[in-house]
Design a protein around this ligand. Sequence first.
Ligand SMILES: *Cc1c(COP(=O)(O)O)cnc(C)c1O
Length: 378
Amino acid sequence: MTNKRIYLSPPHMDGRELEYIQQAFASNFIAPCGPMLNQLEKQFSEYSKIPYCVGLTSGTAALHLALKGLKVQPGDIVIASTLTFIGSVSSAAHMGTQLVFIDSSEDTWTMDPQLLEEEITRCKKNGKLPKAVIPTDLYGQSCDFDAISRICKPHGIPVVMDSAEAIGAKYKDHHVGYDATAAIYSLNGNKIITSSGGGILASHDKNLIDYARFLSTQAREPFPYYEHQEIGYNYRLSNISAAIACAQLEIIDKKVQQKRAIFTYYQQHLGDLPGITFMPQATYGQGNSWLSVILIDPEKFGGTYEDVRQKLEEHNIESRPMWKPMHLQPVFRHCRVVENGVANKLFSQGLCLPSGTSLTEDDLNRIINIVKNCGNSQ
Ligand SMILES: *Cc1c(COP(=O)(O)O)cnc(C)c1O
């Protein structure tokens, strides 16, 4: 293979990452605490305008602590998007909750508020309301938060936004997650910014964040010796990882711009092909275009998404099918799902194209030409 491999969404160290890692070394805080971790939390709160946040080992851990803070118990109902990554619901599953999945709306691909409303009406009739709703901001596009909130608020149901993929995205005039009871963000290696691995839990509720921080460091009571009144977790982010994230967060706006430009470039060069459509861009906000996603209608295009994926792979280019909906996962076959068929259709046609911010125009043209050559019109 002569061409270098093109990955789907690789890390891109494009700022002062090394400098900050060196600072972390110099301070000798090679630990899950330290000045870079404090700095990251301060910086993220300033950027998102969400006043309180805590740096954790992963987005999945952040969701776990959000649910712990909301006192979610085994047997409680937790409602989530079906079209998402399993990290969105694995903590709820570990906690022994009763998961219910909601399908996507056609125009945003995120949680359909109408189906959510039907489900909550049904829950109410059965006398058992959900303890939390977890909508996912899909591929960096916000869910319709206000529509979801209007349904949940009258019943006092907390909304925990899974904004793992959406750092830098906007809902109306605010950063995604701003209005939620709590929001989680991922700093995993494939996300728009990374700490190599990590997550952030953010909220306007200081008590929720204080409690999460307490749980994340083994629920140690403030005594000189180790005293525990409850059992916590070892979920605190390392100071070294935080150093990387600080540098990445400094240039998040540039990364959003780059990701959005990649989406636009694909759209300009592939958007007119028969059978190819792009992920709709909701008018209520501005996504970060974490991944550029296309739908391929095999009849009109002359090939399936899997044909295209394999052809790209032959050229050492990584692309990936869309998230397989949670309600189709064998592990969740016992769970309730409120369906309209959208997520199934998206999964049967969707392909995520390489979207790394380090892609060059030559890389993009290579990818575009291969995709074009898979279709009938060539
Ligand atoms: C990445 C991701 C997560 C999990 O984040 P980690 O930091 O990898 O634990 C959760 N939900 C969604 C939608 C994600 O894409």
